[in-house]
Design a protein around this ligand. Sequence first.
Ligand SMILES: *[C@@H]1O[C@H](CO)[C@@H](O)[C@H](O)[C@H]1NC(C)=O
Ligand SMILES: *[C@@H]1O[C@H](CO)[C@@H](O)[C@H](O)[C@H]1NC(C)=O
Ligand SMILES: *[C@@H]1O[C@H](CO)[C@@H](O)[C@H](O)[C@H]1NC(C)=O
Length: 376
Amino acid sequence: MAVITQLLLFALLPVVATAAQNNPTTQGVKWLEKGRSVLVRVSTPDLPLWNKEEQIGEDIPSALILNFTVSADNKTLLLQDQPFMPLLLPHTPPRLSAPQTSQSLSEFEHGAPKLEDLPVFDLDYDRIAHPRDDPSIHYYNYYPKLTINLLGAGIAGHNALLKDMEQKVVKITLRDWNTVSRASTDPPNHSFEITEVRLWERRAGDSVNPDDLKACTLKSWRCSDFGDHPWYRYIFRQNFDEYGKIGSFRHMLLQRWGTLYARLGFFRITLLILVVASMVLSPIPYALYKGGKWIKAQHRARAEAVAAVWKDDDEDVEGLLFADESLENVYGYEETECQEVFSEKQVGGNAEGSVEKPLPPVPAQTADALEASEKV
Ligand SMILES: *[C@@H]1O[C@H](CO)[C@@H](O)[C@H](O)[C@H]1NC(C)=O
Ligand SMILES: *[C@@H]1O[C@H](CO)[C@@H](O)[C@H](O)[C@H]1NC(C)=O
Ligand SMILES: *[C@@H]1O[C@H](CO)[C@@H](O)[C@H](O)[C@H]1NC(C)=O
């Protein structure tokens, strides 16, 4: 019965999976240049339309516009003019901002994009690359898929989480023409083309609250989301600054160093390093000398103590003797075993190697062994 249920589950799984991720759409995808540059309109039901003149949000449907463009040398995918694949500095993920439009879907798709004079929102986002975009991994036929899910947006000090399940997730597929039936190089020399852009339904877990993320403390070096490069997927503006993930040990060190550097400048920092280094290094030879003397003294003291034990403490000496006796017993048993083997070999006429075996203590047997070796 359990087996049947399992089989049913396996049979249903693909169906359930496709149902949860149904109908990717290309509505809202507007190519500026096929394979190289594309605008994506992401409807944001949580975001009011920002009125720049009055500095208020109006209850009018709006959308954010993302611009994915391959750089002129084809090596990098830019998002809003920033390197997004590969990342320039994975420890300080790019800060993105996007213009907000009140254009409807059909206006956007059929009209010319007018992006000037629009209010611009700063973004929080979830970025996942599949396979992982670690430059030290070499891929054959590299078709990376990027998933970008907008998690929050802010303007003029107002912030909103984008949690509405109607909001779509952008998936963009690239092709690296420099890896066609060969592996990527180190450092990678990509030649990207954008092959596919689609908007997918959100799934449970795609709307993320920054408070639900694991707290970042000094116990962690970088408070990463992954164990490996590129380390982070949830990029909330409040969690990152120019030194990396706020709260991590790495961030603390870099920030301390940064403020020190800013305060002292290059010359005095160099001087400080020299002074500290000489302070740290100069005691080492002295410490080695002192340490050597100490070890010698310890050694001598122990030798003297052992001598004292042998002289004074009869009980301990007796104990040692007993221990030796019990060892002798053990070896004694082994010797008898050896004897038996020895005599068997003798019968076989094979005395070779028997010379190496410990000779039995009984004089008569020793004579036998000598005889045997004389025979050979
Ligand atoms: C970039 O790719 C386009 C095709 O997508 C190609 O025409 C162009 O020559 C490439 N440029 C470089 C520098 O490789
Ligand atoms: C899209 O971005 C590219 C570079 O990142 C830029 O050259 C282009 O003008 C942008 N297009 C629009 C319509 O904003
Ligand atoms: C990188 O790839 C381009 C073609 O896309 C090629 O012209 C160039 O020589 C390559 N550079 C290196 C360092 O391999």
